[in-house]
Design a protein around this ligand. Structure first.
Ligand code: MN
Length: 129
């Protein structure tokens, strides 16, 4: 069976990198390039894990995480795995991401092996059997 991963990210280069990396491992990637769109996709689609950029053009990633955790449309979002992808780990972004409800964080630039490991900690790769 396949897993659907939602990546909320406004940078097309990061989006393409992650799409290729995750599809290579058998995951399906859903994409949102704005925060509010990301919340809507999380509520509307079957999603197994969320990768969340913090710097987004509308609402920031912290607010996205809070809205997802507090969703009144889909209560399972209160425990859906969320991995924050932070650009400023040294400036307290990571702690703020965890406070907002993210489970773990990883720093940019994105390291593909770290990405695979972080994702597989929550949803096993279909190609890792
Ligand atoms: Mn961004």
């Amino acid at each position: 069976m396949g897993y659907n991963i939602l990546y909320i990210e406004d940078n097309p280069d990061n989006m393409m990198l992650v799409k290729r990396a995750l599809e290579a491992r058998g995951y399906k990637l859903l994409q949102a390039m704005r925060g509010e769109e990301g919340v809507e996709v999380a509520e509307a689609e079957e999603v197994d894990l969320i990768l969340l950029d913090i710097n987004l053009p509308d609402i920031d990633g912290y607010e996205v995480a809070r809205r997802i955790r507090g969703s009144q449309k889909k209560h399972s979002l209160s425990y859906l795995p969320i991995i924050a992808v932070t650009a400023n780990a040294l400036k307290g972004d990571a702690e703020k991401a965890l406070s907002a409800g993210c489970d773990v964080y990883m720093s940019k630039p994105i390291n593909i092996r770290e990405l695979w490991a972080r994702v597989e900690a929550f949803v096993p790769s279909p190609q890792n059997k």
